[in-house]
Write a protein that binds this ligand. Structure first.
Ligand code: PLP
Ligand code: LYS
Length: 427
């Protein structure tokens, strides 16, 4: 019943058809816009990834919470045994809230505060992915002051082009992430001498939505070389964290991105002989095609040159189209008849910005006020990047499983929105 085909983009249909919830009825109950996530698809994606590494039993898949931090989504993945990759105390608290064991949590990010380090140390997380020398020193101070030891991997920037959108590439020298490859050996030597620091791994994450395996191949070859160098210098490396980044299909007609099994074969080739524990941090690959954004058409507005389809979801709810020129397929929730004409339209939101669009010049079955649409592949980097811009209420999130659903993040009220702030009271 919960059919899913990763390669052919059939996953687009899975949220609509693999689950048995009537989305139109749900839209009437919950109100639009709302995000809707499929439990079956989340589970399937996690398993497809984890099972690709079944031959490497010492593997820890740390779902990257930043892609979708909804507590319903995290509960679903935690139940499958997922570890978690976090980048803030907030994300760490989410992982703990769904009972992920601390020793299955890795902490990344270029700007961890000492307070965040202290909290993570007290909780006993598996490792910190350290991104700079000053961060290493700060972590040493915090850990030593507590009489604790922080297991660390240095995040190494291999200066490899991930061939993805420039705003989501993280492994080039000009990006803020990680320490330069050439400086890594001396930083590890320094790390060994620092109190409260136990270097144990190497971390690399070169970017997101990577659809060509060659950047991974180049990066992991460098990582493997570095592990050899470090071991040659007497430093014990017992795990490597290869990050996330595996791309997914956004268009039904696009070339299939690499399969997790193909990625796993490459990993085996590059680092299989190192005898280390493998960590991964997939986000988009697990959540992206497990979610849609459901929205209702408010008005159809033709002008001299084009037609605007104005819907009730905007850039504040899904910023990817305008921020990354991202393509999200749009499907009418009610299947059009063969007689329905196709119209080219800009699908825009209510926000007062010219950049407030979900699709530009898109051929779509003719839409009318009141029609419901699904913005596909919105499960990753959708709700998590939503804002209240224009004082719009944060979009609700719904998790479905078979014919059941739960509103895991209800729509706030305007009173909630106003109660979160204070009228000025000068001190
Ligand atoms: C350190 C780190 N790990 C994991 C991820 C997750 O990446 P993706 O969602 O592309 O798998 C990211 C985001 O790019 C990241 O910065
Ligand atoms: N937010 C980006 C991905 C960023 C990955 C985080 N390092 C997107 O929507 O594609």
């Amino acid at each position: 019943m919960h059919h899913f085909a990763y390669r052919r983009g059939v996953s687009h249909a899975s949220v609509l058809h693999a689950e048995e919830v009537d989305l139109c009825a749900l839209a009437d109950t919950v109100g639009t816009p709302f995000y809707c996530y499929s439990t079956a698809t989340l589970e399937r994606h996690y398993r497809v990834f984890a099972e690709a590494f079944a031959a490497a039993p010492d593997t820890l898949v740390c779902y990257s919470i930043k892609a979708n931090s909804n507590l319903g989504v995290l509960t679903t993945l935690a139940a499958l045994g997922a570890g978690m990759d976090v980048v803030s105390e907030g994300e760490l608290r989410r992982a703990l809230a769904v009972n992920v064991a601390p020793d299955r949590i890795a902490f990344s990010g270029v700007g961890k505060t000492k307070e965040e380090m202290a909290f993570a140390l007290d909780e006993g997380i598996f490792a910190f992915n350290v991104e700079s020398e000053p961060e290493l020193r700060a972590l040493s101070e915090v850990a030593a002051s507590k009489g604790l030891e922080a297991r660390i991997a240095l995040r190494v920037n291999p200066d490899v082009d991930a061939k993805t959108h420039h705003k989501i590439a993280t492994g080039k020298a000009e990006n803020k992430f990680g320490v330069p490859f050439d400086q890594a050996p001396s930083l590890y030597r320094q790390a060994v001498t620092l109190p409260g620091i136990m270097p144990a791994g190497v971390h690399m994450h070169i970017g997101s939505q990577i659809t060509d395996l060659s950047p991974f191949r180049n990066a992991f070859a460098l990582l493997s070389e570095l592990v050899g160098t470090l071991r040659g210098g007497g430093i014990t490396i017992d795990f490597v964290n290869l990050g996330g980044g595996l791309g997914i299909p956004y268009r039904p007609d696009e070339a299939a991105p690499p399969l997790p099994t193909e990625y796993a074969a490459l990993v085996k080739e590059a680092v299989g002989d190192l005898g280390v524990r493998l960590l991964f941090e997939p986000g988009r690959m697990i959540a992206g095609n497990a979610g849609i954004l459901v929205s209702r058409v408010l008005y159809v507005k033709p002008n001299q040159t084009k037609t605007f389809t104005i819907v009730d979801a905007g850039m504040n709810d899904l910023i990817r189209p305008t921020l990354y020129e991202a393509h999200h397929q749009i499907l009418p929730l009610v299947e059009p008849t063969p007689e329905t004409p196709t119209r080219i339209t800009d699908v825009v939101g209510p926000v007062c910005e010219t950049g407030d669009y979900l699709a530009l010049q898109r051929p779509l079955p003719e839409l009318h006020a009141g029609d419901l649409i699904a913005v596909m592949t919105a499960g990753a980097y959708g709700a998590v990047q939503a804002s209240q811009y224009n004082s719009r209420l944060l979009v609700p999130e719904v998790l479905v499983s078979g014919d059941r659903y739960c509103v895991t993040r209800p729509r706030p009220s305007y009173d909630d929105m106003l109660a979160a702030e204070r009228l000025p009271e000068w001190i």
